[in-house]
Design a protein around this ligand. Structure first.
Ligand code: ATP
Ligand code: MG
Length: 150
């Protein structure tokens, strides 16, 4: 069954709101044609929650967290952007491996599994994931999934 993505994302984002502080602003926007995506709800939910919970956890001083869902004829693309601690250049390569964590996480807890799970879910959908980040400025993770994986 094709997804109603607006409702799907809105529900997850509203759930995650309980974890943000007063210093955070969490916004969601949707642009383009997001109709006709076929995918596994559980996997898409897992991807979204893991990325959003990272954005929240790694921006302990607050800031703007923006979730943007876009669509074109062939893909849905969504990104989660934060103004948090960022990821040092030298750590970026290995963060998709299980149990790997950035050198700047300090006391922020975690197992280092979230992104490895996200990557696996994205690959099951024949999708792609990219990460842009600057230490102390913020991070943006972008996931692109074909509407109908072949
Ligand atoms: P968990 O298994 O609970 O998710 P985790 O958050 O440490 O633990 P991942 O989600 O896999 O594990 O992230 C791996 C590492 O990537 C993190 O430890 C952190 O160093 C870095 N990271 C991920 N997302 C962000 C982000 N939005 N901002 C800054 N660093 C991030
Ligand atoms: Mg995580």
């Amino acid at each position: 069954v094709p997804f109603e993505l607006l409702r799907f994302f809105s529900d997850i984002i509203e759930e995650q709101r309980q974890f943000i502080s007063d210093d955070h602003e969490l916004t969601f926007k949707i642009t383009g044609n997001t109709k006709g995506f076929w995918g596994d709800r559980k996997l898409l939910r897992q991807i979204t929650i893991n990325l959003l919970s990272n954005a929240i956890k790694y921006s302990p001083d607050g800031g703007h967290i923006e979730v943007h869902l876009m669509g074109n004829d062939s893909h849905i693309i969504f990104d989660v952007k934060d103004e948090g601690i960022g990821i040092p250049v030298e750590d970026r390569e290995c963060l998709f491996q299980s149990f790997s964590r950035g050198s700047n996480v300090g006391i922020i807890p975690g197992l280092g599994l979230g992104l490895a799970i996200v990557k696996a879910c994205v690959e099951l959908h024949s999708g792609e994931i990219t990460l842009e980040s600057q230490a102390d400025i913020g991070t943006k993770v972008t996931v692109s999934l074909p509407k109908r994986s072949v």
